[in-house]
Write a protein that binds this ligand. Structure first.
Ligand code: GRF
Length: 204
């Protein structure tokens, strides 16, 4: 069996995606170690989840730094010190600039609660409901410098049901998020993802 993949998980909020990884690792479904959870929000519930899983946490607030560059460089240093193989943005509510990303080429994945390229940015579930789509879902993608624009690894579709509230739709999508994010990390770990331009080829 190969060595556990070392993950850094960046969060801002509730942390259900983080929890799904903690659970998968504990159940032996994923051979990984979460080396650090970084939060830009000291009150994020995700930090409690990490503590519960015995995972090192660090909260690092933008307002404590003079510039975005200094802030991102501090995150880079923390992550590099932990010798991380892959970085997961699991509800991390900031756009990372090249200052951060150039240090980790093809090593940052994001989960977004829509079928990209539809409904980028904030409140994708609310955007989908307001637009009146019949199907929505979620997307795991490599992170590039844009907002929710990087090459797509996995997507899952869920129906938008008549009378859905935003919360009902978000919950239906979330279940799929947890499944495809884990799946994407397993594919990455197995060396099966090959980026060709905008396309991510999944090798057999
Ligand atoms: C998820 O909907 C994810 O797609 C988006 O932010 C939300 C994070 O949820 N990027 P959680 O903190 O993992 O529960």
């Amino acid at each position: 069996m190969c060595n556990p993949i070392r993950l850094a998980v960046l969060v801002s909020g509730n942390g259900t995606n983080l929890q799904a990884f903690i659970d998968a690792i504990q159940l032996g479904e994923l051979n990984a170690q979460i080396a650090v959870v970084l939060s830009d929000n000291p009150d994020a519930y995700a930090l409690e989840r990490a503590n519960g899983g015995g995972i090192p946490v660090q909260s690092i607030c933008r307002k404590d730094f003079l510039s975005k560059e200094a802030y991102e460089l501090e995150m880079v240093e923390i992550i590099q010190r932990k010798a991380v193989d892959l970085i997961l943005l699991a509800g991390f509510m900031r756009i990372l600039s090249p200052t951060f990303l150039r240090n980790f080429p093809q090593k940052v994945l994001n989960i977004h609660p829509s079928l990209l390229p539809a409904f980028k940015g904030l409140d994708a579930q609310g955007q989908a409901l307001n637009y009146g789509v019949k199907l929505s879902g979620c997307t795991v993608h490599f992170v590039d410098e844009g907002m929710d624009t990087g090459p797509i690894i996995q997507q899952a579709v869920v129906p938008v049901l008549p009378g859905d509230t935003r919360e009902e739709l978000a919950l239906r999508i979330q279940k799929e998020e947890h499944r495809i994010f884990l799946e994407a990390v397993k594919l990455y770990q197995a060396g099966k993802l090959k980026i060709e331009g905008r396309r991510v080829k999944i090798m057999d």
